[in-house]
Every structure is written in structure tokens, then in C-alpha cells.
Design a binder for this molecule. Structure first.
Ligand code: NAD
Ligand code: LMR
Length: 342
């Protein structure tokens, strides 16, 4: 399978090489927003990675305890905590992968775009610090609305003269994780084998699972396609409503984000077979950013994979056209937010 769970690959990395040497953990990962609902379980999962030598946890409060707690796990990485803007630069120096789950989550009745006013500023400020301290790092944006926060990050990096579109990623892994889970449940398939590409963006109808491209090949009735597509698009809201005011997906998100971190580290480490879906700068459609499958390598995105968008069903083709105006508006809103600042 192109995308296994991150654990078996991680275990592979601890195997002895043909020379009998233990493969070294050597990558530095920073999590910004590490004391939050996503940040804490994500930090735990990243602490389990044999590829990580240093885990830097940053938040505006409450991160000291999280770091002290995690530092007792007997896995290779050293955990350090950083609190507040004055410690952000040190948190980021020398880091290979920066993950950003900082920001407010939804409550019932809200859209992801309702988070824009608060989260846009948070992402802008954090990415400015990334540009100043580790411009070469892979940047994983989790903070919503991803359809706008990724363009915000790109504009900030451009203004700082360090934008590398191959290294900026909107994390949409949770959409793929959900699609795989729901399809496996519905069709009674072995979960580990199921792989559904999800394209477009990360909000409502902009989330487009390409069920016709499911691997292994599965056939769906029109009813199943409609029901699965809507469930995948509304899965975030399903969790927001179940949590009833206590936030949005945190545990499944941490799982998904850890998978994307592990994939990035494997790519940095020279694994030539790493594919994920992500919301990135793209020329696969007329939109400047678009989520699709990408191939990851040492320098970030090695290739966008166009084949998933070829030979779509009528349902998928219509859904693709229907999502474009909303996605375009969200992208433009993000770009305008940075460009109109003095
Ligand atoms: P949370 O409120 O539990 O945690 C957010 C953390 O960010 C808090 O610890 C807070 O102190 C911190 N924070 C706030 N401002 C900060 C700043 N300026 N610098 C550093 N840290 C700061 O929220 P959560 O449930 O962890 O969700 C975080 C974000 O992730 C939300 O915007 C949510 O919508 C988004 N999210 C995205 C996806 C996705 O698929 N991409 C999935 C789930 C949640
Ligand atoms: C999700 O898909 O779970 C996240 O984007 C959080 C949300 O607000 O739904």
C-alpha cells in the first residue's frame, strides 16, 4: 500500500542496517500550540518516532508540564519546552519540521471560516517566526480554516523572501484517514489496505473524496457514493457536535498529523516511496492551491500526482467544479489578509 499506518514504517526505521548499525534518530520537530487538544497527543505520537532526535514544544501557556511529562518516555528524542513569544525563536532554530496546530477550534453552529479572524493572526505571527529562524523547514499547517491559513503562510514567507512552495503543506491527512475508515466499514474491507485520495480543500464541499480511485478497486452504488461523500465532508462537524462545545477533533487529528510528520521524516531520510494527500500550491487546476496526492522527497514536494484527477465520474467532476468558487474565495481571503496589512 502507498500509505500504511505510520507505526510499521517507524518500526522499520529502528531495524539494524546491513552493516549492523542502529539507524540514528536525527530530525528536529517543533510543535507550535503543543499544549492544546491536538498538540498534546500529537507530541506524544511524535515522541514515539525513532526518527526524531529533538522535540520542541511551544505554546503561550501550560507547555512546561506537557514537556516534563513526555520527557519521561524512554524513546530517543529530547523534549524541550518554550513558552511565549520571547522563546519562539529558540524553539525554531535548526528545526526540520514545524507543525502548527495553534489556534481556536469550532463550537457547534460555527464554520471553519468563522475561526478566520482569530487564527489568521496567530498563523501569520508564527509563520513570520518560522521564516526568520528555520526558513528551510517543512511547514505543516493544521490551524483552520486551512483553505485560508495556507495561503496566509505562503504570503508571509513570500514577504520574507523565503517562500519554497515545495515545503508548505496544509494538513488534510485527517480527511484521508476518515475516508479510509468509512469506506472500509461500509464495504467490509481490511482497513490497512484501503486508500482513498481526497482532493480540493479542507472545509465542507471543498473536501472531495475520489471514491472511484479507491485502492483496492471497489464499486459503489450511487447512493453509497452520495452517503460516503457527505459523511466524509461533514465528519469534522460530526465530532464538533458530539463534543458539544468542548472543541473539535483532537485525537484522530493528532493521529493523522503524526502520520504526516512521519511521512515527511521518511522523505527527508531518503525513502523514495512516500505519498500523501495535502493542500499545497498547485497547478493541477486553475486554483493556486489545491489538495491532491503528492510525492514527498528530501526537498519537499517532488511531484503532484495528476492521475487521480483524470477519468473522474460525473458525480466527482460536478463536485470538483462546484467546490472551486468556495475554495477560490477562501484562498483569496487569506492572500488579501496578508497583502492589506501595513
Ligand atoms: P485547542 O484550543 O485545544 O488548542 C490550541 C492551542 O493553541 C492552545 O494550547 C493555545 O494556547 C494555543 N495557542 C493559541 N494561540 C497561540 C499562539 N499565538 N501561539 C502558540 N500557541 C497558541 O485547539 P485544538 O483542538 O488543538 O485545535 C487547534 C486548531 O486545529 C483549530 O484551529 C482547529 O480548527 C484546527 N483543526 C484542524 C484540523 C485539520 O484537519 N486540519 C483538524 C482538527 C482541528
Ligand atoms: C476537522 O475536520 O475535524 C477539523 O477541521 C476541525 C473542524 O472544525 O471540523
Amino acid at each position: 500500500a502507498l500509505r500504511g499506518s505510520f507505526v510499521p514504517k517507524a518500526q522499520k526505521a529502528t531495524q539494524r542496517s546491513q552493516y549492523g548499525l542502529q539507524i540514528q534518530a536525527s530530525y528536529k520537530v517543533a510543535i507550535l500550540g503543543a499544549a492544546g487538544g491536538i498538540g498534546q497527543p500529537l507530541a506524544l505520537l511524535v515522541k514515539m518516532s525513532p526518527l526524531v532526535s529533538d522535540l520542541h514544544l511551544y505554546d503561550i501557556a501550560n507547555v512546561k508540564g506537557v514537556a516534563a511529562d513526555l520527557s519521561h518516555c524512554n524513546t530517543p528524542s529530547q523534549v524541550l519546552d518554550f513558552t511565549g513569544a520571547s522563546e519562539l525563536g529558540n524553539c525554531l532554530k535548526g528545526v526540520n519540521v514545524v507543525v502548527i496546530p495553534a489556534g481556536v477550534p469550532r463550537k457547534p453552529g460555527m464554520t471553519r471560516d468563522d475561526l478566520f479572524n482569530i487564527n489568521a493572526n496567530i498563523v501569520k505571527t508564527l509563520v513570520e517566526a518560522v521564516a526568520d529562524n528555520c526558513p528551510d523547514a517543512f511547514i505543516h499547517i493544521i490551524s483552520n480554516p486551512v483553505n485560508s491559513t495556507v495561503p496566509i503562510a505562503a504570503e508571509v514567507l513570500k514577504q520574507k523572501g523565503v517562500y519554497d512552495p515545495k515545503k508548505l503543506f496544509g494538513v488534510t491527512t485527517l480527511d484521508v484517514v476518515r475516508a479510509n475508515t468509512f469506506v472500509a466499514e461500509k464495504k467490509n474491507l481490511k482497513l490497512i489496505d484501503v486508500d482513498v485520495p481526497v482532493v480540493g480543500g479542507h472545509a465542507g464541499i471543498t473536501i472531495l473524496p475520489l471514491l472511484s480511485k479507491t485502492r483496492p478497486s471497489v464499486s459503489f452504488t450511487d447512493e453509497e457514493v452520495e452517503q460516503l461523500t457527505v459523511r466524509i465532508q461533514n465528519a469534522g462537524t460530526e465530532v464538533v457536535e458530539a463534543k458539544a462545545g468542548a472543541g473539535s477533533a483532537t485525537l484522530s487529528m493528532a493521529y493523522a498529523a503524526a502520520r504526516f510528520v512521519e511521512s515527511s521524516l521518511r522523505a527527508l531520510d531518503g525513502d523514495g516511496d512516500v505519498y500523501e494527500c495535502s493542500f499545497v500550491q498547485s497547478d493541477l487546476t486553475e486554483l493556486p492551491f489545491f489538495a491532491s496526492r503528492i510525492k514527498l522527497g528530501r526537498k519537499g514536494i517532488e511531484a503532484l500526482i495528476p492521475s487521480d484527477l483524470e477519468g473522474l465520474t460525473d458525480y466527482e467532476q460536478k463536485a470538483l467544479e462546484a467546490l472551486k468558487p468556495e475554495l477560490k474565495a477562501s484562498i483569496e481571503k487569506g492572500i488579501a489578509f496578508v497583502q492589506k496589512q501595513p
